[in-house]
Design a protein around this ligand. Structure first.
Ligand SMILES: C[S@@+](CC[C@H](N)C(=O)[O-])C[C@H]1O[C@@H](n2cnc3c(N)ncnc32)[C@H](O)[C@@H]1O
Length: 291
């Protein structure tokens, strides 16, 4: 089965056909993927898909659905097919140069809002090192109306996507984007530094799911021989970048809490807490510049 459609199939029938094809292809979330791709092909949201479930699909619509189904069966992620991904309930444009933002990265947003809680209305300066689509920085600026911030990345194409997302979310007056090696080109005085750096151990790269291995940029994944290369670079700059009492929050790969904490402790940062994601995996390491 390749996601082919019978003639004069209905909207609901197309969803069923795709879900069956996706299940047979071993995809994790066949019904969800089918709904999102049929909805994207028809330009319909979830409610409209249900309202129009008996409507017959037109020829050119069926062609679009077939094309999207074939791409998904080829293990292209839904977010890359539809070109957007929701993060922190905000829509982010996705392009080949950026990682698709992951739900577990929202743990860092929650952790950051927790540490700055008392200061939500104060003027805060935030740095997001390795900003990609801009997901972390822009989610934080959306929540913290008194904050401004800078996102860095070595990929100019990724920075272009981050700038586009920034404009679309109406945050352009409070964010800037800089091409540099993590925090290397930034001055000091940040109240909050966040980063979801590349942290996949090099020898694991080929074992990642095809959706990740073949579609996320290697630059966004490759953490060097032990997965810690980016953390070492960030830790080396952390004290210079931060104001007294400031927080640094970094995302952790599964099983990396202890080695990453050791890297930052050696650089003179105090370990404050580790927050788990919704699956219970330690995901956000909260560090503090000693007051
Ligand atoms: C795991 S992705 C995270 C993207 C985004 N912050 C997110 O959470 O969805 C890591 C990002 O770091 C960037 N990156 C890799 N090496 C870098 C470096 N030396 N300096 C700055 N950014 C870098 C990659 O281009 C990528 O956008």
């Amino acid at each position: 089965m390749t996601g082919d459609l019978e003639p004069a199939v209905s909207v609901a029938g197309a969803r069923r056909a795709l879900a069956t094809a996706f299940r047979e292809a071993g995809l994790d979330t066949p019904e969800l993927d089918a709904r999102l791709l049929v909805g994207h092909a028809l330009g319909l949201d979830r409610a409209a898909l249900t309202a129009q479930s008996d409507r017959t699909i037109r020829g050119e619509e069926a062609e679009r659905i077939r094309t999207f189904a074939a791409r998904r069966i080829g293990r292209e992620p839904v977010a890359r097919i539809v070109g957007t991904k929701e993060f922190w309930s905000l829509p982010f444009v996705i392009a080949p140069a950026v990682l698709v933002p992951r739900p577990e990265t929202e743990t860092l947003v929650e952790a950051a809002l927790g540490v700055v809680d008392a200061k939500r209305r104060q003027r805060l300066r935030i740095a997001d090192l390795g900003t990609g689509s801009g997901a972390l920085l822009l989610a934080l600026l959306h929540e913290l109306e008194g904050a401004d911030g800078v996102g860095t990345d070595v990929s100019p194409a990724a920075l272009g996507v981050a700038r586009e997302n920034c404009e679309r979310l109406g945050l352009a007056r409070r964010a800037t984007f800089v091409a540099c090696d993590f925090g290397a080109a930034l001055g000091g005085g940040f109240d909050l530094v966040v980063s979801n750096p590349p942290y996949v151990v090099q020898r694991e790269l080929l074992r990642l799911d095809p959706e990740v291995r073949n579609y996320d940029p290697k630059l966004a994944l490759d953490g060097g021989v032990d997965g810690l290369a980016a953390y070492r670079r960030i830790a080396a700059d952390a004290r210079r970048l931060t104001a007294r009492g400031a927080h640094i929050i970094v995302e952790l790969g599964a099983g990396m809490a202890d080695p990453v904490a050791a890297v930052f402790a050696a650089a003179g940062l105090a370990i404050r807490a580790v927050r788990p994601d919704l699956n219970g995996v330690p995901r956000a390491l909260i560090l503090r510049q000693a007051p």
